[in-house]
Design a protein. Structure first.
Length: 114
């Protein structure tokens, strides 16, 4: 059974930092490009960053320079280090494989206060 479990969210003040983790089933993690998405209240889910099985990272928009995506294939775990957080980063963050998208996990809530 495919499992994607996100953790590490919380409440933080603006310019603070958080590190999110995504634990995935071994069978889907190691060969796949993994992605972080987020969904803010009232908005569609959007792609934040992706990382290939070999560790090549790609970022979307303003997250580049503030966020760092990484993965540990030995632990079947992906991370998202988020620095200089802004209130606009408030959202539920989800991880998944890039293609195909699997069933979504419950996500982890990130709330950034002004």
């Amino acid at each position: 059974q495919v499992q994607l479990v996100e953790s590490g969210g919380g409440l933080v003040q603006a310019v603070g930092s958080l590190r999110l983790s995504c634990a995935a089933s071994r069978g889907i993690f190691r060969p796949n490009t993994m992605v972080w998405y987020r969904q803010a209240p009232g908005q569609e889910r959007e792609l934040v960053a992706s990382i290939t099985s070999g560790g090549t990272a790609t970022y979307v928009n303003s997250e580049k320079g503030r966020f760092t995506i990484s993965r540990d294939n030995a632990k079947n775990t992906m991370y998202l280090q988020m620095n200089s957080l802004e209130p606009e980063d408030t959202a539920v963050y989800y991880c998944n494989t890039k293609a195909p998208l699997r069933n979504w996990g419950q996500g982890t809530q990130v709330t950034v206060s002004p």
